[in-house]
Design a protein around this ligand. Structure first.
Ligand code: HEM
Length: 156
C-alpha cells in the first residue's frame, strides 16, 4: 500500500470514531476506553485513580469523556499525516515525550494498534484493507517511538 492509500483507508475507518463536541462524538471516544478497560484491564495501571474502573465507570466519567476525544484526535492526526513522514514521525516522538512520566512498557507502542483496530471493529469500521492500513501505520509509528526511546537512553 502507498502512503496515500494507507492514509485514505485509515481516515475512512475513522468516520465511525468521530471528533466533535456532540454527544455521539463524545461517546465514540468513551467507547475506546470502555473497550480497552473491559478487554485489557491490565492497561488500567497507567491511569492513576482509574486503576479499578469498569467500562461502566468510564461511561460515567468526565475525565474519559475528555480523554476519549484526545486519543481519537491523536489517531486522526496519525492517519491524516501518514503521507507526510516528517510530521508523522515528529508526532510519534512528541507522543513518547508526553508519556515518559507513565514509564510504559515499550512494547505497548505497537500493541496499542491491536486494541485500536479491535475497537474500530466494534463500530463496524474495519475491513481487510483498513486493518492492513492500521497495522502498517502502527508499525511505522512504533518503530519511530522505539528509535526515539533508544536515542533518549530509555528502555526500548
Ligand atoms: C494520555 C497511557 C498509547 C495519545 C495518556 C494518559 C495515560 C496514557 C495514562 C493520561 C490520561 C489520564 O490518566 O487521564 C497510554 C497507554 C498507551 C498509550 C498505556 C498504550 C497502550 C497512546 C498512543 C497515543 C496516545 C499510541 C497516540 C496515538 C495520548 C494523548 C493523551 C494521552 C493525546 C492526552 C495527554 C497528552 O496529550 O499528553 N495516555 N497511552 N497514547 N495519550 Fe496515551
Amino acid at each position: 500500500m502507498t502512503l496515500v492509500e494507507v492514509k485514505a483507508a485509515c481516515m475512512k475507518s475513522l468516520e465511525k470514531a468521530r471528533l466533535g463536541i456532540d454527544e455521539r462524538a463524545i461517546q465514540d471516544g468513551k467507547d475506546f476506553y470502555k473497550y480497552m478497560f473491559g478487554h485489557y484491564p491490565d492497561l488500567r495501571i497507567y491511569f492513576k485513580g482509574a486503576e479499578n474502573f469498569t467500562p461502566d465507570d468510564v461511561q460515567k466519567s468526565d475525565r474519559f469523556a475528555k480523554q476519549g476525544q484526545r486519543i481519537l484526535l491523536a489517531c486522526h492526526i496519525l492517519a491524516n499525516t501518514y503521507d507526510d513522514p516528517d510530521t508523522f514521525k515528529a508526532y510519534a516522538r512528541e507522543t513518547v515525550n508526553r508519556h515518559r512520566q507513565f514509564k510504559m512498557e515499550p512494547s505497548l507502542w505497537s500493541a496499542f494498534f491491536t486494541v485500536f483496530i479491535e475497537y474500530l471493529a466494534t463500530k463496524d469500521a474495519i475491513d481487510d484493507a483498513s486493518k492492513k492500513a492500521w497495522q502498517e501505520l502502527g508499525k511505522e509509528f512504533s518503530t519511530e517511538c522505539l528509535t526515539h526511546l533508544k536515542n533518549l537512553g530509555l528502555p526500548h
